[in-house]
Structures are given as structure tokens and as C-alpha cells.
Design a protein around this ligand. Structure first.
Ligand code: MLT
Length: 260
């Protein structure tokens, strides 16, 4: 893993196009380990970042807007000598990937928006952020994860939940609180979806209670040429719950984008 004055990141494998992973809340790059391994087996180079305040970037000043997070990610690509990448963002990572598409469109070769939404927080969601900020302060980050129970279908694999819970418990509360504020204050990205010009896949679990298929549908309809993939029975963390299907979408997009 590389740690720079900027974000920490993991740069694995070789080949083109490069796939760039942006993690969900409240986790870090390690949530992508299945995808990193699967793509390495197919000679695909991957870069997985830890956003400021998370994972090995925990010591960076975490107070950033969604646009600043996107700029951080663009800097990692620059530092790695990568002109363009397929950006893959899940949930909060999708918010950052959409900001990357808006601010650095020349950096994108493709886009995967997984279990995420383009719209900003509703008033009710903003109130939920305040509750979670208190929760993170008083009870720790795992309590914030435990409150995300609608993310999982009732029959979800307990091993997956445990894996995510321990990854959340490893995060720095200050970074998590800053991310809650960032998500609360992020703008509505819906008006900019029509400007996306790269091959895009929108993935969603049919049982995702946090970012349900109706929100994926809005992005699919608004992004020219976007294709939607619904993973039947999966909840919010499709890359963990149903990694084989998720990886297949990535590989298909890599083949589509790969120079011949
Ligand atoms: C995530 O999974 O990254 C979060 O659910 C996003 C959010 O809270 O808006």
C-alpha cells in the first residue's frame, strides 16, 4: 500500500483500463478485497483509495466536501500516472464518483455506480445524520453501522455482516463524523447526470433498503446509454454479498472499454 502526503491507496496488478475503487461509509478500501483479487486474476490493474479520514488516510484532515474528496481521488490517479480509469463507487463512494465525473470528466474511462443515489439528503436524512453524529461520538462507529440495519435483507449472511461491522469498528470516529457532515451537505448531482459521456453501469440489490432500485432507475434513465443491473435478493453491499455477480459486471465493462 502506498501512503502519500495525500490519500493512502492500494495499487495492484497491471494492465489497462485501470479500475479505481471508492469505498462506502463507514469503511475503507478493504471492502473491495474480493474485487481486487478477482480483477488481478484477469490482468486488470486496480487502485483502491482510502478517503481522507478513513483507513490508512485516517490522519489526513477529514473535513472535506464531496468535491474535495473527488479532487483527492483525481490526485491519486495523477500520482499513479493513470490518465483515465473506470471509477467504481458504492454508496458514499458513488457520491464521490459522481463528483469526479463532474469535476474531472477527462479522468473517466467508465463509471460504475453501485447502491447509491444522485440526489442530496432530504430534511429527514439530514436529521438522521445528526443522530448518527451523536452516536459516533458517544457509542463509537460500530453503533453507527448497527443502525444501518435496513441495508441488509433478513436472510443476509452473518459472516458478511460481521466482516463489515469489524471494518467499521476500525475507523476513526473523527473521520466518520466528518463524512456524515459531508454527506449531509453534498449537492444534488441529478442535474449533471446527463453530461456523463462514458460507459456506465448502475448496480443495485433488489433488497437494498438504503438506496433502493427506484433511485438506481433515476440514474440509469438520466445517464446517456447507462445500463442497470439489479442483483436479485441482495441488499446494500452488493460487492460483498454477491461478489461473483458484481465482479462479472466489472469484467464486462473492462472488456467493453479495453483498447483492442
Ligand atoms: C453508505 O453506504 O456509504 C451510506 O449508506 C451512504 C449514506 O449514508 O448516504
Amino acid at each position: 500500500m502506498a501512503v502519500m502526503s495525500q490519500l493512502a491507496f492500494e495499487d495492484s496488478g497491471r494492465g489497462s483500463p485501470v479500475v479505481l475503487f471508492v469505498h462506502a461509509f463507514p469503511f475503507d478500501r478493504r471492502m473491495w478485497r474480493r474485487q481486487i483479487d478477482a480483477l488481478a486474476r484477469h490482468d486488470v490493474r486496480t487502485i483502491a483509495v482510502d478517503l481522507a479520514g478513513f483507513g490508512a488516510s485516517a490522519d489526513l484532515p477529514p473535513r472535506r466536501s464531496v468535491d474535495e474528496h473527488a479532487d483527492d481521488v483525481a490526485q491519486v490517479l495523477e500520482a499513479c500516472g493513470v490518465d483515465r480509469a473506470i471509477a467504481v463507487g458504492l454508496s458514499m463512494g458513488g457520491y464521490v464518483a459522481l463528483a469526479l465525473a463532474r469535476r474531472h470528466p477527462q479522468r473517466l474511462a467508465g463509471l460504475v455506480l453501485a447502491d447509491t443515489r444522485a440526489s442530496g439528503d432530504t430534511e429527514e436524512a439530514k436529521q438522521g445524520r445528526a443522530v448518527n453524529i451523536e452516536r459516533a461520538r458517544k457509542q463509537g462507529v460500530a453503533a453507527v453501522f448497527d443502525a444501518m440495519s435496513t441495508a441488509w435483507p433478513p436472510n443476509a449472511d452473518r459472516m458478511h455482516i460481521e466482516e463489515m461491522r469489524s471494518l467499521s469498528a476500525a475507523q476513526n470516529p473523527a473521520g466518520v463524523i466528518a463524512a456524515l457532515e459531508m454527506m449531509r451537505d453534498r449537492p444534488d448531482a441529478t442535474p449533471t447526470l446527463g453530461q456523463i459521456r462514458v460507459p456506465t453501469r448502475v448496480i443495485v440489490g433488489s433488497a437494498d433498503g438504503l438506496t433502493p432500485p427506484s433511485l438506481a432507475e433515476i440514474m440509469t434513465r438520466s445517464i446517456p446509454g447507462a445500463q442497470q443491473v439489479i442483483i436479485e435478493g441482495a441488499g446494500h453491499f452488493t460487492n460483498i454479498e454477491r461478489s461473483a455477480e458484481f465482479d462479472q459486471v466489472l469484467l464486462d465493462l473492462v472488456r467493453h472499454v479495453r483498447p483492442t
